[in-house]
Design a protein around this ligand. Structure first.
Ligand code: ADP
Ligand code: CIR
Length: 346
């Protein structure tokens, strides 16, 4: 692991949360600290130092990183989620509490719906600080648990090692598999030993998928074509509940589910639609005003750091900590209803 005693070179034009919150004072207080897994401040900030165009720029190597480096992480968590150090996380996975009748039953606007949660295995370092042996062990224990799933969740595990380039590229293009070579993840050590220990599990219809050892050790995903958001949420909840009887997840009362990126803490949930908004997207200011009002994020068609194609955007909840899972999906749903109304009126 790295240890750099010099304040990093962060250019003035850098707008990431790292550049905003890593003051010289914070750096001095934290620069010699190391977690039990050997994770240092230099490790936590390396992605944002090497990638000046980061939005956030920091990652945690383990649960302890969030307390040991709290003078840096707390203000970032507060700014991203609106969650203060004295707040407690909340959970509600009851689909009956979600009000989400299909806002586009004719399929004019919503192409597809996807909801994912991130999870990490209890008592293991997170991906940025994990060893190869530990990562392989995590993969084996997750796959063992997944093998026992039944009914709609029954499927197979496909390791990345040995997968043909054609199959891999088709899975990525069709939005099922994580991409390879992400520079933000590479800089925080998340791509070490690639492709070993990584893979994807999915059912026959690819409506239920699990990514293994990408940014988090598990990304549990429910997705399908169209806008039946409640059906997607209900399937995800059933998957989470089944998997947690087989694999123990890293969780604490303050931060909820522990994830390697602070933006994913809490519910670790991102609920999104791919939605065609060809008219509204001509007026980005108006579009952003609606997404900001509903705490939503706009991404491109191939996920984070990608561009839109053909007026289709990925719209998802931005807050994940201090709000329940139902609220995450409700934010997305309410925003999507308004986006469709405005698109229709143009
Ligand atoms: P994550 O969702 O795990 O934060 P990304 O933003 O990289 O990561 O998205 C992962 C993949 O999921 C990308 O291929 C993206 O296009 C796809 N995706 C996201 N939302 C949807 C959706 N509603 N329908 C279909 N694919 C989606
Ligand atoms: C960045 O800082 O841009 C990357 N490390 C990704 C941050 C996660 N993005 C997000 O908004 N959820």
């Amino acid at each position: 692991m790295k240890q750099n005693n010099e304040f990093p070179n962060l250019p003035k034009e850098c707008t990431s949360m790292l550049c905003k919150h890593l003051t010289k004072e914070v750096f001095e207080v934290l620069k010699d600290k190391k977690t039990a897994n050997g994770f240092t401040l230099s490790d936590a900030i390396n992605s944002g130092v090497e990638n000046i165009d980061s939005g956030i720029g920091v990652y945690a190597g383990d649960e302890e990183s969030y307390t040991l480096f709290s003078p840096l992480f707390d203000p970032i968590i507060e700014e991203y989620h609106g969650f203060s150090p004295s707040d407690k996380h909340k959970s509600n996975l009851n689909p009956d509490d979600l009000h989400a009748p299909n806002p586009d039953s004719e399929g004019t606007y919503i192409v597809s719906t996807r909801i994912r949660v991130g999870r990490n295995v209890d008592n293991m370092p997170l991906g940025p600080a994990i060893s190869k042996e530990q990562r392989d062990q995590v993969e084996a224990s997750i796959v063992e648990g997944l093998k026992q799933l039944e009914g709609e969740l029954k499927g197979s595990y496909y390791p990345l090692l040995g997968m043909s380039k054609e199959v891999q590229e088709a899975l990525i293009k069709d939005h099922f598999l994580f991409k390879e070579g992400d520079r933000f993840l590479a800089s925080t050590g998340l791509n070490r030993d690639w492709p070993e220990g990584r893979g994807i599990y999915h059912n026959n219809d690819k409506t239920f998928l699990v990514w293994v050892n990408e940014e988090d050790q598990l990304r549990i995903i429910s997705m399908q074509m169209g806008g039946d958001i409640k059906e997607v949420f209900t399937r995800l909840v059933s998957a989470i509940k089944s998997i947690e009887t087989k694999v123990a997840f890293s969780y604490n009362e303050h931060l909820g589910y522990i994830t390697s990126c602070p933006t994913n803490l809490g519910t670790a949930m991102r609920a999104s639609v791919h939605i065609a908004l060809p008219k509204l997207s001509q007026d980005m200011e108006k579009f952003k005003a609606i997404t900001d009002k509903h705490h939503l994020q706009i991404r491109g068609i191939h996920g984070e750091h990608s561009e839109s194609e053909g007026g289709i955007y990925d719209i998802s909840n931005r807050r994940r900590l201090g709000v329940t899972e139902v609220m995450c999906v409700q934010d997305m749903y309410d925003g999507v209803v308004e986006l469709i109304e405005v698109e229709k009126s143009l």
